[in-house]
Write a protein that binds this ligand. Structure first.
Ligand code: GLN
Ligand code: ZN
Length: 764
């Protein structure tokens, strides 16, 4: 009999209950107990619905109020000292680590956040030092296991594995030079043993231990750590299913048989080809193999017949008792259920599967592989075949004009007319900016009024004209604000955008939208990625009217604002029938037309944001060139169609540039703005080392937290930047858009920023 399993479930609630509860708690409108209750309701609903859908191995312990890695740090007492001693409750310490805290005499910035593997989910980076004293402050796995039990559901708890925990973390500032978190493994294992043996005592038969770093090159350096760790853990733990996901194990697979674990999970959505190799390696062991055939990263319906084939192949080699059918990874990256889509057409709905529908898929595949005669299973299998055929038929239709245009792209379309040095002179004349020009990354606070107006338009409670008038007023007030406060290069503030990707998707052909398909990006920030379903093209200008209007209000230069092709692709659910390269180039051509239109409309600068360029990098280094080989040309294609006088900007939300530096230089944007505030300006040295030649605005403060940076802090940052970067290349800006911030802190922060830049002009 083949069992089915889900590796993790969305923790946001079908109606974003968790976001609402967490934010209400932060606002002081909900007590800690009420928050716990709201979370418990969401967990219970997830567990019971997975059970109803026939899933055998149901996860627990994967829930989180903010981030599962942060939960793990908090549980293991990996809490930096700066968060302690403020008389905060453990829950408030936890949130302070995630988002910073300011008020009542407390003023601590948030911990560093990083993208989780190649996804748009962010985790809070654990900080380790020689001083780290691991202690099990609470055992989430046991607590949730029992909580689920009370709800009548037996679960397989999920725990982040020790090697991944250490390797994904970083050395704290106070650690000695050369300190490696992995050196803490012996101490850490004591706590893991306690955690896992408590779980065993609580009656858990299995535990899913996640070691996703096994799909990275870096795991090969930790072979000894893996064997030490699991040799100690296996005897005291429930049966361990070692879970890997998001990629292929490659040679790391040889580490697995030596660990003594009872099961291994592999991702066959991202890397179906690894099945043969893995089977070969585990064939002569007793290891149970969990086949991640149902994608945890896409929203496309599973091709059940194809998954069944993979399952049969595994059964032939190791027998059905050793095979589990599973989602490829946690379903954290997928929306909760298609049932939330009331407006989606039946044709479109038939193409997709969200988390709950995926749970049904794993159950069906497992039943088919177990030769179930249940008529419901046969019906589900037949219905799936019919849906897959319909989608394939649709995929055969294409927009020939778009395909021809992509085929006709020539190399000269990728380069600006003159090199940067020449453009720089032309732009200097045209823009007349002071030294250390100040600007922002684009968005200003998306207030409740803005969201209400948009919702009213959606419900047709106001007309298109009324909405446009409202947006114009918003733009005007943002422009006036920027003038008043003294910013140099202005933006229109993006009030018309629900989201930086969705807004463009809605104005392009080839996308489908959802009403309720939210996925967590970080903390209480959720996004609703559009779905690319067919060839992409631009029916008409998308942003030109707004930017033109904003420019008409001021004599200061206005910066147009677009989302780049790679980011639109990476933050959408892409098609799986056409390569990402082709989809990206289609997007790039559409954006190229928009950039040219903006220049013709009298806009002085255009920023094309590519915050997702880096997260799209393949997890294995050998695959990088192939990705960069189309991602970089796509950005260039989008931005190179203009005259020398147009200043192109680009923005990146990360600071890890070391390994892709030459790619950033290759983009040849006139100005780039980057996140820098949280990375201790380490990256500036990278820019110096490589001799970056174009202009650059390293963020002078962290916008992901409501904390207001002092003027002195910003001056110190500018001074630090000037130690490494030439003054005439520097822009002064925050490290990302301000849409998630309130006006109060935005005004205070930007006033400090402008004053700090003025100080720099006088003193440097
Ligand atoms: N222009 C966008 C904004 O300001 C950029 C956001 C981002 O990089 N994530 O909101
Ligand atoms: Zn950003």
């Amino acid at each position: 009999m083949v069992h089915s399993s889900v590796l993790g479930f969305p923790r946001i609630g079908a109606n974003r209950e968790v976001k609402k509860a967490v934010e209400a708690y932060w606002a002081g409108k909900l007590s800690a107990d009420e928050l716990t209750k709201a979370a418990a309701d969401v967990k219970k609903t997830s567990w019971t619905s997975l059970k109803q859908h026939g899933v055998d191995f149901i996860p627990s312990g994967d829930f989180s109020l903010y981030d599962h890695v942060l939960d793990h740090s908090a549980a293991f007492n990996v809490i930096p000292k700066r968060y302690l001693g403020h008389k905060l409750s453990p829950l408030d310490v936890y949130f302070a680590m995630g988002r910073g805290r300011q008020g009542d005499g407390v003023d601590v910035p948030a911990s560093e956040m990083k993208k989780w593997f190649d996804s748009n989910y962010h985790f809070v980076v654990p900080e380790f030092s020689e001083e780290t004293e691991f202690k099990l402050l609470f055992n989430k796995a046991v607590e949730e296991f029992k909580e689920a039990q009370l709800a009548g559901v037996v679960t397989r708890p999920v725990v982040l594995g020790p090697i991944s925990f250490l390797v994904l973390g970083k050395a704290a500032k106070e650690a000695k030079p050369g300190f490696q978190p992995i050196s803490l493994l012996p101490k850490l294992l004591l706590v893991y043993k306690q955690l896992l043996s408590e779980l065993k005592d609580a009656g858990a038969e299995w535990v899913q231990v996640d070691e996703p770093i096994l799909v990275l090159d870096v795991a090969a350096n930790h072979e000894a750590a893996f064997s030490t760790a699991y040799k100690e853990l296996v005897p005291v733990a429930p049966a361990i299913l070692l879970a890997t996901y998001y990629g292929r194990l490659d040679s790391n697979v040889k580490i697995v048989p030596k660990l003594g674990v009872a099961g291994l999970h592999i991702d066959l959505d991202r890397a179906p080809e690894q099945l043969t190799q893995v089977l070969e390696v585990i064939k002569s062991t007793n290891i149970v193999l969990s086949l991640g055939v149902v994608s945890g990263r896409s929203i496309w319906k599973n091709d059940i017949a194809a998954s069944v084939k993979l399952g049969q192949k595994a059964i032939e080699v190791i027998g059905s008792e050793r095979v589990i059918v599973a989602t490829s990874s946690s379903l954290l990256h997928t929306p909760v259920t298609l049932a939330g889509e009331k407006k989606m057409s039946a044709e479109h709905k038939d193409w997709f599967a969200f988390a709950l529908e995926k749970a049904e898929e794993v159950a069906t595949i497992a039943a088919v592989l177990s030769s179930s005669q249940d008529s419901k299973v046969t019906a589900a299998f037949e219905a799936n075949k019919a849906s897959i055929t319909k989608r394939r038929d649709f995929e055969r239709t294409s927009d020939d004009a778009v395909r021809k245009r992509v085929a006709a792209i020539t190399p000269d379309m990728l380069n600006r007319k003159s090199p940067f040095a020449v453009r720089n002179e032309v732009q200097k004349q045209k823009l007349q900016l002071p030294k250390f020009p100040t600007t922002t990354i684009g968005s200003f606070p998306q207030t409740k009024e803005i969201r209400t107006a948009r919702a009213k338009l959606g419900k047709k409670e106001i007309t298109e004209e009324e909405y446009n008038e409202f947006i114009k007023k918003e733009i005007e007030s943002v422009v006036r604000f920027q003038e008043r406060i003294g910013l140099d290069m202005l933006v229109h503030g993006e009030p018309e955008r629900n989201d930086m990707v969705q807004y463009f998707g809605e104005r392009l052909n080839g996308f489908v939208f959802t009403e309720n398909a939210w996925v967590q990006s970080y903390g209480s920030r959720y996004v609703r990625p559009p779905i690319i379903v067919s060839d992409v093209s631009r029916p008409g200008p998308m942003t030109v009217e707004w930017s033109k209007y904003a420019q008409s209000l001021t004599t200061k230069p206005m910066k147009g604002m677009l989302t780049g092709p790679v980011t639109i692709l990476n933050w959408s659910f892409p098609r799986v029938d056409v390569s990402r390269e082709v989809q990206c180039k289609q997007l790039a051509l559409a954006l190229r037309d928009e950039v040219i239109d903006l220049e013709h409309a009298g806009i002085h600068a255009v920023q094309v944001d590519e915050p997702a360029l880096r997260e799209g990098l393949p997890l294995r280094r050998v695959d990088w060139d192939a990705y960069l080989g189309w991602a970089l040309p796509s950005f260039k294609l989008a931005t190179a169609g203009v005259t020398d006088a147009l200043q192109t900007h680009s923005h990146f939300c990360y600071s890890d540039f070391d390994d892709i530096f030459s790619s950033i230089q290759d983009l040849d944007a006139d100005v780039i703005s980057i996140e820098a505030s949280k990375s201790d300006l380490k990256l500036l040295n990278t820019f110096k080392r490589y001799g970056y030649s174009n202009k650059i605005g390293p963020g002078v403060y962290d916008i992901h937290s409501p904390r207001v940076p002092s003027e002195q802090e910003i001056k110190d940052r500018i001074a630090a930047m000037l130690q490494t970067l030439p003054a005439d290349l520097l822009y002064v800006n925050p490290d990302c858009g301000l849409k998630t911030r309130g006006w109060k802190e935005t005004e205070a922060s930007l006033a400090n920023l402008v004053n700090a830049a003025r100080w720099a002009r006088q003193n440097h």
